[in-house]
Unconditional design. Sequence first.
Length: 340
Amino acid sequence: MNKDTLETVKTLLNQPKKVVVVGHKNPDGDAVGSCLGLAYFLKGRGHDTQVIMPNDFPEFLKWIPGCADILTFDRHQKQVTQAIEEAALIFTLDFNALNRTGDLAEVLEKATVPFVMIDHHQQPDDYAVAVYSDVSMSSTAQMVFHFIEGLDGVNEISHEIATQLYVGIMTDTGSFRFPATTATTHKVIASLIEKGAQNSIIHQNIYDTNSQDRLKLLGVALNNLHVLPEYRTAYISLSQKDLDDHNFKKGDTEGFVNYALSLKGVVFAVIFIENRQESITKISFRSKGSFSVNEFARTHFNGGGHTNAAGGRTEMPLQKAVTHFISILPPYKNALNHDA
Ligand code: 5GP
Ligand code: MN
């Protein structure tokens, strides 16, 4: 965090106030962990804090300390709107544009109080008075740790905060294996373990809670895996029927796309998931090396994210989305074959 940003934030926080901390739509481990970690830290400093998410988060995160107090906009519109109207300061975490909060964006856009952004996605929008944006960071949760360091607050990290931030870092780094995992990430993790994060139990809580339905859905996804060797690309598709047949719950398809990326020689992996309720096909993109799925998702699928992990959507039905995807690959042939 640069000095100016730090000074701005210190001034904004120099007396106790109502603070709202907002994460992105379809919150993941980093959104939930970083928002709760920051909120607990600020609460410890005397602020009145409320964490808000646009919609619900997956079951496998529902043990994180403080998660029961999160307000979701889709279920508690009135309370959320009131909390935002009453807030003196709004933190937005783990996203770079207000439209990443879905319908909640309208409420946020009306707010006249200062915004502070903490985020690691590329090309941040310009709505905050203090922007702590660093695309080299493993996770927003790691940035919250550095933010706390900047405010000389490391000694105030409780075992709850340590747990919340650990979840964010662990989930966004694929358990410390993605390229953005640095020596500093591991030092932060070491510090969180010292402060009481139970690393092995946290890992079990997140990853060892599969239902039979989810594993069988994974089986369907792996059966639907297609490889395009000339583009070093692999993709998976899941229809609404596939989901319905396996009692799909939010978060069940998390990580599926990584199986496609684990194929030898593949540098670009995609999963297409039909969502009849929203009349869209949701798409996740992953890559290895320099091929930017952020650019690809922005250019073709109304999305974005990071160089190696991004998401997007289309109103095309599933099969059409897949056909369209294959049809736009030729110009990328060189880039995909040049890499890693
Ligand atoms: P996922 O594929 O797991 O949904 O998302 C991968 C990454 O891309 C995450 O960092 C997520 O925040 C980002 N992302 C996912 N969907 C979108 C989207 O529609 N727009 C933008 N800008 N980023 C997205
Ligand atoms: Mn993140």
